[in-house]
Write a protein of this length. Structure first.
Length: 406
């Protein structure tokens, strides 16, 4: 499918405008980074505690935030999360707390501080009862063995261990981890009215449950930052080698510079809009690197083909023609990708917001950098070398063009 036929835009003549736009975006973004004393890193990189909580109903975000502030934890973060494949997850939140102090003790203290705030803010038990939504299988089995609601006596064996596992399986799998009434457990195999009565008298039912706790130490966070940087650099180095081998080294250098340009502008936008850099954002940046590089290679490949057909034309004209010939492909791929990531940004939820934001910015910047940054670099370099139409390709391609010129 081709939307644009007979396009004859002078892209190289407008290169200065693209360069000016890029310099402006880089200046604004990196001024924001310097003013904010660097990028904002997520707990993945800076270390801290993440507590995943599921509520019986819509999570009261404002109440949670007020409880954290009252407890002296104003720097904590709260995110609602939702998985469309799991109806129970729509009531989930993630509470993050940056590490305070040094050592593992501070991480444990952060975890306990969040749990204390939740229990204080939402605790429904005033009689010292255990919360059934937070109890473990072994503790429940011990309680049932002690109360012996089935009157098994010394012949109980593992019956109560099995019953405890069934009860918690019904709680976690059927009820999403939050039981709001003990009547919901009637259908569990082995549960009798006596068992329900024993549970009612011995346990309370809170309106939330702790689904998971993740703790990232500062050493791990620093190591993850280093590995993320190395992964990006290795990807760029590999692409540079490939393009230098496939075309010429200047083409590889131009493509890598353009990708660096895309990443730097995207990071600047992250600072401007106060998004955190997390592992999912690094995945988005690596995806952006591959996407932008692919678009650049498509243009360079068409340039190489046209060099064989337009041997006497200036390189700038050849590049313009190549960009115009691939314009429909660029509009189709970039436009559809942009629509997809835009929907993800608007409707994908808070957890994917930073990832999709990186992709939205990256698709736009990566598309124009292919013809507005990478291609002009090749033209300027060949003009600097005094070659208006330097061949781009293998040694065989160069001999073909050289023979034609003679």
């Amino acid at each position: 499918m081709e939307f644009f036929r007979g396009v004859n835009a002078d892209w190289m003549g407008k290169a200065k405008y693209f360069v000016a736009l890029s310099l402006t975006l880089l200046a604004i973004g990196w001024f924001s980074i310097l003013r904010n004393h660097g990028l904002r890193y997520g707990i993945d990189f800076r270390g801290g505690t993440l507590v995943y909580v599921r509520f019986a109903g819509p999570p009261p975000i404002d109440q949670i935030r007020k409880g954290l502030q009252t407890a002296g934890l104003p720097n904590s973060s709260i995110q609602s999360i939702s998985d469309i494949s799991n109806a129970n997850s729509r009531n989930d939140v993630v509470i993050g707390l940056e590490q305070q102090g040094q050592g593992d003790e501070s991480l444990d203290a952060g975890k306990q501080a969040i749990l204390d705030v939740l229990h204080k803010t939402f605790g429904t038990d005033t009689s010292g009862k255990q919360d059934f939504n937070s109890i473990t299988s072994s503790a429940l089995a011990a309680y049932l063995t002690q109360k012996d609601p089935l009157l098994l006596g010394t012949s109980a064996g593992d019956r109560y261990n099995q019953l405890a596992q069934k009860l918690l399986s019904a709680r976690d799998q059927d009820r999403g981890g939050v039981v709001t009434g003990f009547d919901q457990l009637k259908s569990v195999e082995g549960v009798t009215p006596a068992v329900l009565s024993s549970l009612t008298s011995g346990f309370s039912l809170g309106n939330f449950a702790i689904r998971n706790v993740e703790i990232v130490g500062p050493k791990v966070g620093a190591q993850l930052r280093k590995q993320a940087i190395l992964a990006t650099l290795y990807a760029l180095a590999g692409m540079l080698v490939y393009i230098a081998f496939r075309f010429e080294w200047v083409y590889g250098a131009a493509a890598v510079i353009a990708v660096f340009h895309d990443v730097l502008i995207t990071l600047g936008f992250f600072s401007l809009f106060h998004y955190e850099i997390s592992l999912t954002v690094i995945a988005a940046l690596l995806t952006l690197v591959g996407y932008s590089m692919n678009d650049t290679i498509v243009i360079f490949d068409r340039v190489r083909e046209n060099l064989r057909l337009m041997r006497r034309e200036p390189l700038a004209e050849i590049v313009n023609k190549s960009i115009n010939q691939t314009l429909s492909r660029t509009i189709l791929t970039s436009g559809l990708t942009f629509l997809t990531v835009s929907v993800l940004f608007l409707m994908g939820g808070e957890v994917l917001r930073a990832f999709s934001f990186a992709m939205v910015v990256g698709v736009v910047v990566g598309t124009y950098s292919s013809f507005g940054i990478a291609a002009p670099i090749v033209v300027v370099w060949n003009k600097y070398r005094g070659q208006g139409a330097a061949p781009a390709g293998s040694a065989a391609d160069k001999r073909v063009v050289a023979t034609a010129r003679r």
